[in-house]
Ligand binder design. Structure first.
Ligand SMILES: [Zn+2]
Length: 360
């Protein structure tokens, strides 16, 4: 039997060193994987040129890969694709080994790269449409300044990937992708992409890590001029950061107060609500003391005198002159002083919140 008559016989179920991320069962049953492989053997490797686990040169591949051929389970790490005479748009290369592959200078529009290994691959500055990276391992891959449309990153691993200035346009799917320690400086995203991602985010167990991720996505929303998205990510960031502090700590206390009084600086309404509540509670509280006095005459809290009490309470809250009203006794003075202190603090807070929102 001559060498040329031997076939590859590659079967993913019988490989010791798997480079792909999921079991081939992850695909739907109607996806044809062509296994076992019936390509001719390559250079006494026992496998075809695609499936042999050996470093290949551009020449090796140029002579053997045909246009439109399925590259499932292909083992071609470290290759510069633009050096090959092949059009990679629409390529089908699931479960392939593409680590350290340089994709720049090619078009991979319409490519199916599900569950492939793209660790350390170079995809920076590319413009891609309809690419499926679902379930792929893209750890430490470079997608800097890459323009993505209808690109599916769902369930992919982008840990420590470089996504600076990436453009995530409409149709990009980020569900379940792992963005741990990802670099997102200057990235922008379409509103629908962020909204979809945000609605499916799970906060996980690690509050500290979660807060770092939310903060990055808040910045992406801010870069993209999407104030509502920004606000949602920012609140999640603050919430997870608060949770990451020790329960009995000053930081946790302040974060709790920030949430309670101003919703982390995002809601002037919450501050207004507190103002109203303090004035409303203080008004009848004066009746538990010796009350207030006007022109030397003590005013009892009755229905007809209620407006005068309310006036006094508002005046005390906003540190306005009480005119001819004055608190009587220690209790009433204490309430009036407390109102003034809370008033000053809440006015400062509302100025802070409004100023913060105006600069968005
Ligand atoms: Zn093969």
């Amino acid at each position: 039997m001559s060498e040329n008559e031997r076939t590859c016989g590659f079967d993913p179920n019988n490989v010791d060193d798997q480079w792909w991320e999921r079991s081939p069962d992850s695909l739907e049953s109607d996806d044809d994987l062509n296994i076992p492989c019936d390509r001719p053997e390559w250079e006494d490797t026992g496998r075809c040129v695609l499936h042999a686990q050996r470093q290949k040169t551009v020449e090796d591949l140029n002579n053997t890969i045909e246009i439109g051929e399925k590259l499932d389970f292909a083992y071609i790490p470290g290759i510069t694709l633009s050096e090959l005479d092949i059009d990679f748009s629409g390529m089908i290369a699931r479960f392939a080994e593409f680590s350290k592959v340089d994709f720049t200078g090619t078009s991979i529009n319409g490519a199916d790269l599900r569950y492939s290994n793209l660790q350390y691959s170079e995809l920076g500055g590319m413009s891609m449409d309809r690419v499926n990276f679902s379930g792929a391992n893209m750890q430490e891959a470079t997608l800097e300044r890459t323009e993505c449309r209808n690109v599916d990153f769902s369930e992919s691993t982008l840990k420590q990937a470089l996504l600076s200035q990436i453009r995530l346009r409409s149709g990009v799917i980020l569900d379940g992708a792992d963005f741990t320690e990802v670099e997102l400086t200057g990235a922008v995203a379409a509103e629908s992409v962020l909204e979809d991602y945000e609605s499916k985010l799970e906060r996980g167990q690690n509050w500290h890590a979660a807060s770092k991720e939310y903060r990055k996505w808040a910045a992406v929303a801010d870069n993209s001029s999407l104030p509502d998205s920004y606000s949602r990510f920012y609140r999640k960031y603050k919430h997870s950061r608060r949770k990451s502090y020790d329960f009995f700590s000053i930081k946790r206390l302040f974060a709790g107060a920030s949430r309670g009084f101003i919703l982390y600086g995002e809601s002037p309404y919450r501050t207004l609500l507190w103002m109203g509540a303090i004035i409303t509670i203080a008004t009848p509280a004066y009746s538990l003391t010796e009350g207030i006095r006007s022109g030397g005459e003590t005013i009892n809290l009755t229905c007809s005198n209620l407006p005068q009490y309310l006036y006094f309470s508002i005046a005390a809250f906003f540190s306005l002159p009480y005119a001819n009203y004055s608190p009587v006794g220690f209790g009433a003075k204490l309430i009036a002083i407390s109102e003034s202190i809370f008033g000053a603090l809440l006015i400062a807070l509302i100025v802070f919140v409004l100023g913060r929102r105006a600069t968005l």
